[in-house]
Design a protein around this ligand. Sequence first.
Ligand code: BT5
Length: 311
Amino acid sequence: MLNPRQRAVLTALVHGPVDPTSLGDRLELPTEAVASHVDALREHGFAVERGPDGFTLEAVPDYGYGVQADLAAPFVVDYAPTVTSTNDRARELAVRGETDVAVLADEQTGGRGRLARGWASPPGGIYCSLLLRPSLAPERLPLLALVAAVAAGDAASSVGVGTGLKWPNDVQGPDGRKLAGVLAESATADGAVAWAAVGLGLNANADPAGLPVGATSLRELTGGPVDRRAVTQRYLESFDARRRDLDGVLDAWRRRTTTLGRRVRVRTGDGDVVGEAVDVDATGALLIETADGTERVAAGDCEHLRPAAEG
Ligand code: BT5
């Protein structure tokens, strides 16, 4: 990830040409140090020219560290083109004591879904794990997956793609195919959340040949490649705003879900629950009206059956 001084130099460059001497004075750095931070930014893919007005930012990478430039959310980007899993990388950074990091990759070689399932992660997707240290009761942790799903919906709508959210963690395109999924992992210590890694896989520009049947991508739905840098920034900015208002997230999720009002079958560790999905509670658990009364399901795989009215 970019260190704090590299980020400060990047921020200055985003706002216009940088005179290395005055920026050095402001950051309490020698002029040569400013130049060496500029070199580090170049190594991360930024095009920086030196002219009569000082350093000018000519181009930012179209993903990866380019997401850090003019990002209006307090996340530090950590990028590598290829990783095993961004959630694994987030866990490594958690052990090192980091927080509020957005781990990004262009492809994953061991992308994971829930319950030991795989997540197809060809190049061109958005693979993003947010390492957080939320002050949240452990039973409310599933809400972070809902925050991610709602924020991914916001990011899709920024390129004109409407989405539906399927409990607990799917983001579907308008025709019900899967556009994105969320995998939230966490560690607790002394009964409190120590850290959480909220992983999002969003099929942005990934080649459909690399995706499973039943998947769709922003590229397919918009008819061309999307600006992954902008889409990732919208996701991170929306995630940041929405994590501060978890009750509001529940309402946003209720408005966008395709699960509530449907007949569902949820596979849980204790067997199947079948009935009409009627609501989510304050922890994100699904409430299902069954023949034996209302059941609360905290986790499971949800299948949408025919609408109750037709059943
Ligand atoms: C999920 O699991 O939907 C969670 C996916 C989370 C992926 C992100 S990528 C960044 C971070 N790093 C990781 O290693 N993981 C997270 P689940 O509900 O279990 O759904 C998995 C199922 O979705 C698979 O069994 C396939 O049927 C399907 N699937 C796999 N890859 C897909 C893709 N790229 N697009 C759509 N569906 C996919």
